[in-house]
Write a protein that binds this ligand. Structure first.
Ligand code: ADP
Ligand code: MG
Length: 559
């Protein structure tokens, strides 16, 4: 047998370097990552065995085993899950099989990641955490259903290369064998492993077991002891979303969040409830505290993990959430769906429609509460996800008012970085102000110095400053808020300062005519403006024209 040497992709070397040198203080998470992979692998095998029973290969109990060999200094994490073919092993353990690799590289290059190591959790690089405690990792794996002679062994000592070889493996699944570093030998101790499993993986559905040897007094001869080895289960295995709220601690909620989201930071909010009635389901949802790096990419996966009667059916059920709530993570379990549902069936399934409606309402209600009770936390959340939430105005006609209540904007009267709600803006409006004024731009500083705002400053009228790319579409779609119409400070004719416009028109009539004639190919109209104080002229868009920024946006999209 020849060992085939392969070279890691550049991003893998970077992540390994980071794992080994910067994330060291969190090294016990390696076990959480390996157990989580083992559990994913069993989920897959169990799901596929629903339609092809032979994949269960004799139907031994699904479990994750920890095997310690003190002499060799190794810890093995063994599962009897789906396993990997040779090609899958190359893809999964030699690259970062993630669509956001480019973003990931940028992140690695920035200082941000050494300061916030938890960020890397989002990239699906959990396996490489093994190298935080091991200087050599060996993976022996065989795909469920494959011939025992067709197994592969992958091995690396994180020196930029790995080897791949054929081997035999009687049982399906994967062994990850860690040759522990000198300073990680405590991972050979039962109490230490038990502690880490309890802390990070208690809710894992499958038993995490280990053979534990205990000695006890020999009943025959009090002078002697006999030792006995028994398999013990370290985790309590309760599906956290099915438990009673009162039984769950904040740490447990947070750990489970990290498990489902691959995020290393705690969530901003946890939503846990059970719906009873014609459609019954349990939902445990989380609002993350930071935006995943790939949320604007096509490959970003939407929706909670779906369980039907304790079996994981799919890890992202996009039919359960509207796209504008795509930042929400979590789990939904329903017993009203068949085990063999497909994505297509889910798209227009009655049960799913009911659940989606309920989740949407619950999430929007939670955001409204958060805004009311903890404006600072809400502001922070909005800074991360407001741009996405806002899409709901466009896409969810029924709930646009509810979503509009949740919007925040800067304005000419807010302190830099502070935002106001539309309701607060209306409250501050003087009685004779009829409309909500807004201006769009790329950032606050440049927008605020716009000549369009001169008259508003002069008259001390507040103007909302909108700097998101979709604000124009959103605001024209919304049209009005609490019966006050939106009026762009850039477009059309403004009522402001119109008092002596008629007089001025007479006075400057000839000049206007002359200018109109001269500029007829460039402008549609020349008129006296009430909006300027210090500048002599400005270009305005017609009432029904696209905003200049949108014109640019469409041009940028090649239209
Ligand atoms: P993620 O779990 O987020 O995909 P990881 O780095 O933890 O990222 O794992 C990478 C991939 O390696 C997994 O997606 C899976 O395809 C494969 N893998 C890792 N461990 C196992 C295992 N125990 N059984 C089967 N496949 C595994
Ligand atoms: Mg993983």
């Amino acid at each position: 047998m020849t060992a085939n040497k392969h070279v890691f992709k550049a991003e893998v070397n970077k992540i390994l370097d980071l794992m080994i040198h910067s994330l060291y203080s969190h090294k016990e998470i390696f076990l959480r990552e390996l157990i989580s992979n083992a559990s994913d692998a069993i989920d897959k095998a169990r799901y596929e065995a629903l339609t092809d029973a032979s994949l269960a290969e004799g139907g031994e109990e699904w479990k994750i085993q920890l095997i310690v060999d003190k002499e060799a200094g190794t810890l093995t994490v063994r599962d009897n899950g789906i396993g990997m073919t040779r090609d899958e092993a190359v893809e999964a353990l030699g690259t970062i099989a993630h669509s956001g690799t480019k973003e990931f590289m940028n992140l690695l290059e920035s200082r941000k990641v050494t300061d916030n190591p938890e960020l890397i959790g989002q990239f699906g690089v959990g396996f490489y955490a093994a190298f935080m405690v091991a200087d050599r990792v060996r993976v022996v794996t065989r795909k469920a259903g494959a011939d025992p002679a067709h197994a592969v062994v992958w091995e690396s000592d994180a020196d930029g290369t790995y080897t791949l070889d054929d081997t035999e493996k009687a049982s399906k699944g994967t062994d990850v064998i860690l040759h522990l570093k000198e300073d990680s030998k405590e991972c050979l101790e039962e109490w230490q492993l038990r502690k880490i499993v309890k802390q990070y993986s208690d809710f894992i559905e499958y038993p995490v077991v280990m053979d534990v040897t205990r000695s006890k007094p020999d009943p025959e001869d009090k002078e002697k002891t006999i030792s006995e080895t028994k398999e013990e289960t370290f985790n309590s295995r309760k599906a956290i979303w099915l438990k009673d709220k009162a039984e769950i601690t904040a740490e447990e909620y947070n750990e489970f969040y990290k498990h489902v989201s691959h995020d290393f930071t705690n969530p901003a909010r946890t939503i846990h409830y059970r719906a009873e009635g014609t459609t019954e389901f349990s939902a445990l949802l989380y609002l993350p505290s930071a935006r995943p790096f790939d949320i604007y990419t096509q490959d970003y996966k939407i929706g909670p993990t779906l369980y039907v009667r304790r079996v994981q059916i799919m890890d992202h059920c996009e039919a359960m959430l509207p796209p504008y709530l795509r930042f929400v993570k979590g789990v939904v379990e329903s017993s009203d769906l068949p085990l063999n549902v497909s994505r297509e069936v889910l798209q227009d399934n009655k049960v799913v429609t009911v659940i989606k409606k309920s989740l949407t309402k619950k999430i929007l209600d939670t955001l409204a509460d958060m805004k009311k009770e903890d404006a600072e936390a809400y502001g922070k959340f909005y800074g991360e996800f407001g741009r996405i939430l806002k899409e709901g105005i466009h896409h969810d006609f029924e709930r646009r008012e509810t979503i509009a209540d949740l919007l925040l904007f800067e304005s000419t009267k807010t302190e830099a970085g502070k935002k106001t709600t539309l309701a607060e803006y209306i409250e501050r409006m003087p009685e004779d102000q009829k409309e909500i004024y807004y201006i769009t731009g790329v950032d606050r500083a440049s927008t605020e110095s716009s000549p369009y705002l001169e008259v508003f400053k002069e008259k001390d009228i507040e103007v909302l400053i909108m700097t998101d790319d979709i604000d124009d579409i959103i605001i024209s779609g919304l049209g009005a808020y609490k019966e006050k119409e939106f009026q762009s400070a850039i477009k059309g004719d403004l009522d402001l300062g119109a008092e002596n416009k008629e007089e001025k028109k007479k006075e400057f009539g000839d000049l206007l005519e002359l200018m109109k004639e001269e500029l007829k190919d460039q402008v549609a109209e020349v008129r006296i403006s009430g909006r300027l104080k210090d500048s002599a002229v400005c270009l305005v868009a017609g009432e029904h024209d696209l905003d200049p920024k949108m014109v640019k946006m469409f041009q940028a999209m090649g239209q």
